[in-house]
Ligand binder design. Structure first.
Ligand code: PGA
Length: 252
């Protein structure tokens, strides 16, 4: 049984006081026996976030990292720098990085590998655009994008299926669309890592997840969690989303 994973992607929002207040309110509401919880604020908020969350059931993640250990890469942040802070996770290949900052399957793959070398766990994002879905290319796109996972360590990897047309639009995939894509992605993972390893990788859904739709999405068999953008900025709605994950079967 895969433990659910609920991650907050704060994007370029927040401040030091806001992330501190948020975590101080969130931590007492997180059940250590429930879903795993990760909060990913912007880089500058990471030290405060780690300080507040240390020793709690909430882990802190970053939203990107570079593929080199160090070097002349103005404006970039290396994975070992994040690890040194006590950051445990990093989001890689988000569609906003792909669309607005020229991220490709290749660079996302390199960033993910560097993150794992530094001891970080990776949330690797992929998903089709509206045009690709309407042309019937969804599975081909997911297959191509998932090839970037080759060579990664499946034990410290989660995949986030984020249909681009659902991100920040208020338009969610139906539970059936999500389940179907997740089953397909798990088949791609099995090709790369073998059946038993693929079975342990959590496939998260992302795209307009909110307290009103989280429960039905998270009750799909292959939806192992959520990557939440807009609704993760409010501690009430984010903790409602965490609470809406179904209980694991007893004895698991
Ligand atoms: P959203 O963002 O929940 O605001 O749609 C999700 C994401 O981009 O990870």
């Amino acid at each position: 049984v895969r433990r659910k994973l609920i991650a907050a992607n704060w994007k370029m929002y927040g401040s030091c006081t806001r992330v501190q207040d948020f975590l101080e309110a969130l931590i007492p509401r997180v059940d250590p026996a429930g879903p795993e919880v990760v909060v990913c604020p912007p880089y500058t908020l990471l030290p405060v976030a780690v300080m507040v969350a240390t020793g709690s059931p909430v882990a802190i993640g970053a939203q990107n990292c570079h593929w080199a250990e160090e070097g002349a890469f103005t404006g970039e942040v290396a994975a070992p720098m994040l690890a040194e802070l006590g950051v445990r996770w990093v989001i890689v290949g988000h569609s906003e990085r792909r669309r607005l900052f020229g991220e490709s399957d290749e660079t996302a793959a390199q960033r993910a590998a560097a993150a794992q070398r530094a001891g970080l766990s990776v949330i690797f994002c992929l998903g089709e655009t509206l045009e690709e879905r309407e042309q019937g290319h969804t599975f081909a796109v997911l297959e191509r994008q998932s090839k970037a996972l080759e060579g990664l360590e499946p034990n410290v990897l989660a995949v986030a299926y984020e249909p681009v047309w659902a991100i920040g639009t208020g338009r969610t995939a139906t539970p059936q669309q999500a389940q179907e894509a997740h089953v397909f992605l798990r088949r791609c993972l099995a090709e790369l890592f073998g059946d038993s390893a693929a079975d342990t990788v959590r496939v998260l859904y992302g795209g307009s997840v909110n307290p009103g739709n989280a429960a039905v999405l998270l009750s799909e068999k292959d939806v192992d969690g959520a990557l939440v953008g807009g609704a993760s900025l409010d501690v009430g709605s984010f903790s409602d989303i965490i609470r809406s994950a179904p209980e694991p079967p007893t004895g698991a």
